[in-house]
Structure formats: structure tokens, C-alpha cells
Design a protein around this ligand. Structure first.
Ligand SMILES: C[S@@+](CC[C@H](N)C(=O)[O-])C[C@H]1O[C@@H](n2cnc3c(N)ncnc32)[C@H](O)[C@@H]1O
Length: 328
């Protein structure tokens, strides 16, 4: 945790905590024991059996380093949450990391009072979606062609930002199975307000897609044709959802002069398309709105946009970019 913005002191009853860039500069937690040590105060406040769980986790890591192991290798952790009395079953090292990251970021973004509830929601949603994905894809496919990396920081960040800023009018580009859409829609449902328009040009080809970054990296995310774009979004969450199929370059202009509180880019990560979408969003975002983008490291479109638009505050720029438009 960088200086000055401890999650435990920035939230709670003293009003909204302030979001800072370093809140999102999380390195892979499993690799950094020191990070875990720093997280102890937050975890111990929320998880009553934390110390025992942590020791078991470390023993597991030590034991597994000698034998075959993977992040999804089965291992059981039970977390007893103090305030809600809820018991969470975590079934792999990845789920453990996901929970720790979610709780830490929830403390930073929402404040301590709301953090435990948010982290529990996030882990439960993750487990539910993981089960759905496993019915359709192999474990290896889940990390590659199904999502391009799961779980990712972006799902946690999307949920928490929508909870904290309570946007009413949201647009997302790039849906695939519908994982990011699900996290956004769940946050809208928990807020009790807001609508999401999602745009996707379906890709049914597992071999690759129509574009690559400067280094030739291809986005392999694809959707099985019989399931269709957004198939994973739970039915009850669809009330607030409007899914439109087509290229963002064709579909965004159809939204006319819509005024938005939230824009999320995760479609074609070409320099041209990212630049186009950011500029389109800039013309439609209200003061105080959020511009969020995944995969900002693919090319220079995001840094160039920041440079040209000092009216946006950079909240995060580590893989996921988060910009807050000046409220004035
Ligand atoms: C990385 S995936 C989206 C993942 C999704 N946001 C998630 O987190 O679950 C990118 C998606 O963008 C779609 N896509 C690619 N080019 C597009 C374009 N020009 N306009 C709209 N969607 C596009 C692809 O078919 C694919 O479904």
C-alpha cells in the first residue's frame, strides 16, 4: 500500500474514499509474500479465521512447489467473514488470490464498511461464472480463447467502480461470453439503478481474429456460435441490459447524442479502433463520468488520449485504464 491512502482510513463514515492510481497497482499476489504481510491488517479485520487460513495457504504453497501444481489445483480454504457471519468456500489458489485482491480493492474504493459484502459478492459471482465456463471450455481454454485471462483485475474494478460512482447510463464495447457485462450488470442490480448498452461484433473463429497489435499479438477470444454473444449473463441481470451486435464503429454512432456516465472499451484493441472509441466516448461522457479501458498496453492510443485530454484524471493505468472526467 503506498503512502497516504490506507484503505482502512480512507473509507467508512468520513465520506467517500478517494481513489488513487496506486490502489490498482496490484502485482500478482501469490508471488509477493511481502504484499500478503502488508495486507494482514485488512484481512484480519474481516476474516475471523485469517491466521489459520494464511498458514494453511503458505503450507500449501510450500508443499506444492515440490510437486505438480497449478493455480486451479484443488485446495480448500474456508473464510469466516466477521461482519456478515458469511462463510466462503474457496476452492483453489486462484480463488484465494481473487478474494484477497477483491477485499483489498473494495477497502480502497468503497471503504471498509462496504468492503466485506462487495468481496463476498465478487467471489460468489466468480465461482458461478467459472462453473458455467467449465461446462463449455477446458481449463486451458478458459484462460485463453474464452476470456483472454480469467479472473482478471478488470472484473473486480468494473464492479467496484459501478458500485462507487453509481452511473446511470453505461456503454460497453466487447462482450464475448459476457463476463465483464455480468460484473457491470450485477453492480447495477446491487445499486438498484442504471442501464448498460453492450456492443459486440461476434467472432466465432478460435484461430484468431481480424486484428493484431504492433507485435503481432492476436486476440483469440471467440464465442461458440450455438451459445451466442453474452450467453453467460444470468437471466435476472438482463433487465438492465441492451445487447447490440455489430462493429463499434457502426453501432456507437447510432447512439446519437446519448449522454453517458460510464464507457468501457474491450473490443478491437487496434490503435485505430481504440482511438476512435475514446474520441467517441469523449464526445458523450458527462462531467464526472468514467472512461475505462482494458488492455491499454497494446498500443499508444490510451497514453495519447490522456496527453491530449488533461480534463481527465488518471485513476489507474496498469493494464486496465481508468479515467475520471473533471466534474466541472
Ligand atoms: C476481449 S473480448 C471481450 C471480453 C469481455 N469484455 C469480457 O471481459 O468478458 C473482445 C470482443 O470484442 C469483439 N470485437 C472485436 N472487434 C470488434 C469491433 N470492431 N466492434 C465490436 N466488437 C468487436 C470480439 O468479437 C470479442 O467478443
Amino acid at each position: 500500500v503506498a503512502s497516504g491512502a490506507s484503505p482502512t482510513t480512507s473509507g467508512g463514515k468520513r465520506g467517500a474514499p478517494s481513489l488513487e492510481f496506486h490502489d490498482f497497482q496490484m502485482k500478482p499476489l501469490g508471488k509477493a509474500l511481502r504484499t500478503f504481510r502488508r495486507l494482514h491488517p485488512y484481512l484480519r479485520r474481516h476474516v475471523s479465521n485469517w491466521v489459520g487460513t494464511d498458514l494453511r495457504y503458505l503450507a500449501h504453497l510450500r508443499g506444492s512447489s515440490r510437486g505438480p501444481h497449478g493455480k486451479d489445483a484443488p485446495v480448500a480454504f474456508q473464510l469466516h467473514l466477521r461482519r456478515s457471519g458469511r462463510v466462503l468456500e474457496l476452492r483453489s489458489v486462484r480463488e484465494y488470490h481473487f478474494f484477497v485482491e477483491a477485499l483489498y480493492l473494495a477497502c480502497s474504493v468503497l471503504g471498509e464498511d462496504a468492503a466485506e459484502e462487495a468481496a463476498a459478492t465478487l467471489i460468489e459471482l466468480r465461482q458461478q461464472l467459472r462453473q458455467d465456463l467449465e461446462r463449455v471450455f477446458t481449463a486451458q481454454e478458459i484462460d485463453t480463447v474464452a476470456t483472454g485471462g480469467y479472473p482478471a483485475l478488470k472484473e473486480i474494478v468494473l464492479y467496484l467502480l459501478v458500485r462507487r460512482y453509481r452511473p446511470k447510463a453505461l456503454v460497453e464495447t466487447g462482450v464475448a461470453q459476457g463476463i465483464s457485462s455480468t460484473f457491470i450488470l450485477r453492480a447495477l442490480a446491487d445499486n438498484g439503478e442504471g442501464r448498460l448498452i453492450s456492443i459486440d461484433l461476434p467472432n466465432y473463429n478460435p484461430e484468431g481474429f481480424r486484428y493484431a497489435d504492433a507485435k503481432g499479438t492476436i486476440d483469440h477470444t471467440y464465442v461458440k456460435k450455438d451459445l451466442g454473444v453474452g450467453w453467460i449473463v444470468p437471466k435476472p441481470l438482463r433487465e438492465r441490459w441492451d445487447l447490440r451486435l455489430g462493429a463499434s464503429s457502426a453501432e456507437l454512432p447510432k447512439l446519437g447524442d446519448a449522454k453517458l456516465d460510464f464507457f468501457f472499451h474491450d473490443s478491437e484493441h487496434s490503435y485505430e479502433n481504440m482511438g476512435f472509441e475514446y474520441r467517441w466516448a469523449d464526445g458523450h461522457l458527462l462531467p464526472g463520468a468514467l472512461l475505462v479501458s482494458d488492455d491499454i498496453h497494446w498500443n499508444s492510443a490510451f497514453p495519447e488520449f490522456i496527453h491530449a485530454h488533461p480534463e481527465y484524471r488518471v485513476v489507474a493505468d496498469h493494464r486496465v485504464g481508468v479515467l475520471l472526467r473533471s466534474p466541472a
